[in-house]
Design a protein around this ligand. Structure first.
Ligand code: URA
Length: 285
């Protein structure tokens, strides 16, 4: 709420700094707007002196993916069916990424700045799947590059791995606005893509980070505290069975550092499983 008398510039600066510290990264209006009801942004007019004069310059306009066709205003079941069909058609990770980049059936795409597909080595025997990109990931177009990503890197380093020897992705490839939870339908629309992603990467070991990816990929309602540290199997749409270990999400560990010891145990189990599956009998590398 704004005070009646105008704020002086120093107080305004302090107020903005306060909002930035509190994690506010989006300016909203006083009155709610139904953005879903709005038409998609118009394509720029064909180049003419007037059109160019009106169009914002590349530098001043933040890059934002434009819809390639009429987008789904609010996602529906038909989009989930379309996603399943499109994901099936992908014959390689490159094709899957291209299909996702073109896909217009998930509204999250229109508030995100970038598609966050994956990072790391797609040939690696270890794949980790989180929930959804946050602000840093959205800006860079890469998963786990913010604070929780830094912790994930340290956890991987503890078992001798980094992004050249691990492959990382998320269930949801676009940042939900304001880091809200993805809706069940948004998750259902994105599910075929991550399932095909795992199938095409075909890691020897899959790690689900936190509750949402564990519940989705292991088709369970059991919470992460009971699931973590227990080996399970993720079955891909084509029937591949991949040993899967659920563990705690690094963002949770940042809030609950006392539980890092549980994650440490899980990562030792991951290391042992990878050694076992590679046929190496050595207890220590
Ligand atoms: N949390 C996630 O689940 N994924 C990311 O990429 C970043 C934070």
């Amino acid at each position: 709420m704004m005070p009646d008398e105008p704020l002086d510039p120093a107080r305004l600066r302090a107020l903005l700094a306060f909002y930035a510290d509190a994690g506010v990264d989006t300016a909203l209006e006083e009155e709610p707007q139904n953005r879903f009801a709005e038409a998609p942004p118009a394509k720029p007019e064909p180049s003419s002196a007037t059109a160019e004069a009106r169009a914002p310059s590349r530098e001043s306009a933040p890059s934002r993916p434009r819809p390639t066709a009429t987008p789904a205003a609010v996602p529906d079941e038909a989009q989930a069916a379309r996603a399943r069909e499109l994901a099936r058609q992908a014959g390689s990770l490159e094709e899957l990424k291209a299909i996702l980049a073109e896909f217009d059936g998930c509204n999250l795409k229109y508030t995100a700045k970038n598609l966050v597909f994956a990072d790391g080595n797609p040939e690696a025997d270890l794949m980790l799947v989180g929930e959804a990109p946050g602000r840093d990931e959205d800006l860079q177009g890469l998963p786990f590059v913010g604070r929780s990503g830094k912790l994930l890197d340290r956890m991987l380093a503890a078992i001798g791995r980094d992004r050249t020897s691990a492959y990382i992705s998320n269930v949801i490839p676009w940042r939900p606005p304001g880091n809200r939870d993805p809706s069940p339908l948004e998750t259902e629309i994105c599910r075929p893509f991550i399932e095909r992603h795992i199938e095409l990467a075909h890691p020897k070991v899959l790690v689900t980070l936190g509750n949402p990816s564990t519940k989705l990929l292991l088709q369970t309602q059991t919470g992460i505290m009971r699931m973590r540290g227990n080996w399970a199997v993720h079955t891909t749409p084509g029937g591949l069975e991949i040993p899967t270990l659920p563990t705690l999400h690094p963002a949770y560990l940042l809030r609950n550092p006392a539980h890092k010891r549980l994650a440490w145990r899980d990562f030792l189990a991951i290391k042992a499983k990878l050694r076992e599956l590679s046929g190496s009998p050595r207890p220590e590398d």
